[in-house]
Ligand binder design. Structure first.
Ligand SMILES: Nc1ncnc2c1ncn2[C@@H]1O[C@H](COP(=O)(O)OP(=O)(O)OP(=O)(O)O)[C@@H](O)[C@H]1O
Ligand SMILES: [Mg+2]
Length: 263
C-alpha cells in the first residue's frame, strides 16, 4: 500500500480563550497540490485555526503536522521554515513603500533572522536580481503589474489583499494559508485570482487552505474540497456539490449560529 504524507495534518486541535472554546477538537488534512476551502459563519473559529497552525497562538490541545514535521509549539518563523506561509484577514502593508518593494520584504510575523542575513550578505546580488524578477512575475500572476511602482498607501482594500498574496508567494511556500484572500476584490478579478491559485496548486504542487467568507462564491470555484466549520467544530467536509446540497450547512449560515460555546 502506498501512503502519501499529507502537507498539513491537524489532529484534535482545540483552542480556548479563557472559557471560550473557539476551536473544538477539529481534525482534517490537506494533501500537496490540493486547494481546499475553509468556510463557516462569523466567529466559528476559522482565523483562530490559522493562528494555531501558523504558530501565532499556542494550542490548548491537539497536534499540527506541516509537511511531515510536528509543528505544534514551534515559533511562526520556524513554521515558515518548514515551508508554510500565511496571509492575514486584515492586510498590513508597508504603506510608504511601493508595491514591488513590499513584495521584496518577507511576510509579516514570519521574518526569520536567516532571511535578514541572506538579504544583507554581500555577494548575493544574483539572488537579489532573481527576487526582483520573481516579484514582477508574481505581480503578473495577480494582474497587478501596472501598480508595481505605486505606493501601498494608494491601493484599494482589494488591491492590498492581492499584494499580500504576492508577498506570501514570494517566500516560495510549499503550503499556503490564505485568510479571505479575495475579500473586497471585484467579482471577475476574484474569479481569475482563484483560477491562478488553482494553477499554482496543480503545476507547483503547493497545498492551499483558503478561508472564504462568501459561500456562494467558493462553491462555484474549482476547489478540491470544502471544510465547513460551525461553532468551533467541523460541521461537514466534502466536494462543493455535496456541500451545496447539505441542509445543515444552509441552516448554519442562515441561523448565523457560528458563535462558539462558552464553558
Ligand atoms: N485573541 C482572542 N482572544 C479572545 N477571543 C478571541 C480571540 N481571537 C478570536 N476570539 C474569539 O474566538 C471566536 C472565533 O474567532 P475567529 O476570529 O477565529 O472566527 P472566524 O471564523 O475567523 O470569524 P470571521 O468570519 O468573522 O473572520 C470568536 O468568538 C472570537 O471573538
Ligand atoms: Mg476570520
Amino acid at each position: 500500500m502506498i501512503t502519501t504524507m499529507p502537507a498539513l495534518r491537524i489532529s484534535g486541535l482545540t483552542k480556548y480563550f479563557g472559557g471560550l472554546r473557539a476551536v473544538d477538537q477539529i481534525s482534517f488534512q490537506v494533501e500537496e497540490g490540493e486547494l481546499v476551502g475553509l468556510i463557516g459563519p462569523n466567529g466559528c473559529g476559522k482565523t483562530t485555526t490559522f493562528n494555531c497552525i501558523s504558530g501565532l497562538l499556542e494550542v490548548t490541545s491537539g497536534s499540527i503536522e506541516v509537511l511531515g514535521k510536528i509543528a505544534t509549539g514551534m515559533r511562526p518563523d520556524q513554521i515558515q521554515g518548514l515551508g508554510l506561509t500565511r496571509t492575514f484577514q486584515h492586510t498590513w502593508l508597508w504603506r510608504e513603500m511601493t508595491v514591488i518593494e513590499n513584495l521584496l520584504v518577507p511576510p509579516r510575523n514570519q521574518f526569520a533572522p536567516n532571511i535578514l542575513s541572506a538579504l544583507l550578505r554581500p555577494g548575493s546580488r544574483y539572488k537579489e536580481n532573481q527576487r526582483v524578477i520573481d516579484a514582477y512575475s508574481t505581480l503578473d500572476l495577480l494582474e497587478m503589474s501596472h501598480m508595481a511602482h505605486n505606493l501601498a498607501s494608494e491601493l484599494s482594500g482589494g488591491q492590498s489583499k492581492l499584494v499580500d498574496i504576492g508577498r506570501a508567494l514570494m517566500s516560495s511556500p510549499r503550503f499556503l494559508l490564505l485568510d479571505e484572500p479575495v475579500a473586497g476584490v471585484a467579482g471577475p478579478l476574484a474569479e481569475r485570482i482563484f483560477q491562478n491559485l488553482r494553477t499554482l496548486t496543480s503545476d507547483k504542487g503547493i497545498g492551499m487552505l483558503v478561508i472564504e467568507h462568501n459561500m456562494d462564491f467558493i462553491l462555484r470555484r474549482d476547489v478540491d474540497r470544502i471544510i465547513v466549520m460551525d461553532r468551533g467544530r467541523i460541521l461537514m467536509e466534502g466536494a462543493p456539490d455535496e456541500i451545496r446540497q447539505s441542509r445543515d450547512v444552509v441552516e448554519a449560515y442562515l441561523g448565523d449560529t457560528g458563535q462558539p460555546q462558552n464553558e
